[in-house]
Ligand binder design. Structure first.
Ligand code: BGC
Length: 502
């Protein structure tokens, strides 16, 4: 849903209304409880969004390079990630920002095509390998742990040419790439993330909803993609588990993003519609990993609609029992990215015509106009949604360790005095603390997106989510602290969201 919403907003959004709405948190008091000692705070980025150097030193082309270069109008401000925040040259400055804030870990991603220009392990690009080794060494020298994502949406074009995430071969190719990364970098990496946000990869990239590679195969390609993303994740997880874990002592998991879906009323119909929606959004990827197989409601609904559409079998490719067993349990903790929420009410069954994941899920999904609109952005600010989502996760998947691997908000108007971001962080983290203290949810880490302004996909440089400002017109790309960087630093130091805590 998020990508769809983002896409519409990129196209239509003109005026920011941040600060004028009601986020439904009226009367809510920020907690004066503190984060427990040992709770870990981090910041996150992704390769294409920060690195630049898109074809430098032997890097291969990846699908975002390809897609944006051939469709320049796709990006709201006409920019590209060719230079982005220039972290390929300025990673030491990024680490200096992190040191200033005092974070415990840095979540960044490896660009597959920077180390394997053709996506395959027959040709390794030494300059690319050196770049990540240097970054890892710089982090180590500054006492910052590495949380490394293997795939944050930038598939080498050479692999897209053979069908990308809809070709079964991708499972083995991803596993080989993952294995190489463990060999090359594993001694420096405490936490691995195999895949970032499969929903955006599959529905954004293959369901026609505005992400590279821009394939429009709604209700078909997006399910194939989901199948192979999950199998690729599982294979990479098992390789780490059996061959590297005992030597490298790290942890590994998949990052799944989810909005919260709140039933409009207490009626059984609205509750069922909301539950169905979250199963199609989060359960689609979490159920196979944390319970086993696609969620039953997906299996039933897609089969039913497929037959009515005239297919002789379900469009949702089934997992064999071996595959179910292979994917089940491939996590060391549950990692979640969360930004916003939606309301859901029951609706008449969508028409039977073209296949569609959105129609398969059904329901009437919307956001309240009264919820604050994030400045030039794709979401509304709904702080209580994170608490509800966490409770639902615990009720559905059991008492698991949870790390928030992304949360943040875009700038209001480019000012360094980003009080709105401080308010956002304070409220979201307060609901997080409520979940920990009141609902006994085992949350051990929080990752702010992002340390520096960067290239926000099809929103380009309009979407600034950093706690450090980067002037994208300045070739030097200096990093300048925003007020929120001081606030976050203080939270990390004092473990308290307010000026003082109990
Ligand atoms: C993605 C990031 C993105 C952020 C803010 C997340 O879905 O992982 O790459 O920048 O949202 O839009």
């Amino acid at each position: 849903m998020k990508f769809l919403y983002r896409f519409v907003i990129f196209t239509l959004f003109v005026v920011s209304s941040f600060g004028d709405g009601d986020d439904d948190d009226v009367g809510y008091e920020v907690t004066n409880k503190t984060f427990p000692k040992g709770f870990l705070f981090g910041v996150a980025t992704a390769a294409y969004q920060i690195e630049g150097g898109w074809d430098e030193d032997g890097k291969g082309e990846q699908i975002w390079d390809m897609w944006i270069h051939s469709n320049p109008k796709i990006v709201a401000d006409g920019s590209t990630g060719d230079v982005a925040s220039d972290s390929y040259h300025k990673y030491k400055e990024d680490v200096a920002c992190m040191t200033e804030v005092g974070v415990h870990y840095y979540r960044f991603s490896i660009a597959w095509a920077r180390i394997l220009p053709n996506g395959r392990t027959n040709k390794v690009n030494k300059a690319g390998v050196d770049y990540y080794l240097n970054l890892l060494k710089e982090l180590k020298a500054n006492g910052i742990e590495a949380m490394v994502t293997l795939y944050h949406w930038d598939l080498p074009t050479a692999l897209h040419d053979i069908g990308g995430w809809t070709n079964p071969e991708i499972v083995g190719l991803f596993a080989e790439y993952a294995q190489l990364c463990y060999e090359l970098f594993g001694d420096y990496v405490k936490t691995w993330v195999t895949i970032n946000e499969p929903k955006q990869i599959c529905h954004g990239g293959y369901g026609g909803s505005g992400y590279a590679p821009g394939i429009n195969s709604e209700g078909l390609g997006e399910y194939l993609c989901a199948r192979y993303v999950l199998l690729a994740h599982a294979k990479a997880w098992h390789i780490y588990d059996t061959e590297f874990r005992s030597k490298q002592n790290g942890r590994i998991t998949i990052v799944i993003d989810s909005d919260w879906f709140e039933p409009t009323t207490d009626s059984a119909e609205d509750k069922e519609a909301a539950e169905t929606k979250i199963q199609f959004v989060f359960g689609m990827y979490a159920n196979p990993v944390f319970i086993g197989d696609w969620p039953q409601v997906m299996i039933d609904r897609v089969a039913d609609r497929s037959l009515k559409e005239g297919f002789d079998q379900t469009r949702l490719p089934p997992f064999s029992s071996e595959e179910v067993a292979d994917i089940r349990g491939t996590y060391d903790f549950l990692a979640i990215n969360h930004y916003t929420s939606y309301m859901v009410s029951a609706a008449a069954e969508p028409n039977i015509d073209n296949p569609s994941w959105v129609k398969d899920a059904g329901g009437n999904v919307y956001q309240k106009d009264t919820w604050q609109q994030a400045a030039i952005g794709w979401f509304r600010i709904v702080p209580w949604g994170i608490g509800k989502l966490l409770k639902w996760i615990k009720a559905t998947y059991g008492d698991l360790e949870i790390v928030i691997t992304e949360n943040g908000v875009s700038d209001r108007n480019g000012t360094l005095e980003d009080d709105h971001r401080i308010r956002y962080l304070k409220l979201y983290m307060s609901h997080l603390l409520d979940a920990m203290y009141e609902d006994n949810i085992n949350i051990t880490g929080y990752t702010l997106w992002s340390i520096i302004d960067n290239f926000e996909w099809t929103q380009g440089f309009n979407g600034k989510l950093g706690i450090y400002y980067v002037n994208m017109s300045d070739p030097e790309r200096p990093r300048v602290p925003k007020k929120s960087s001081k606030y976050y630093a203080n939270v990390i130091k004092t473990l308290c969201l307010q000026d003082s805590c109990e």
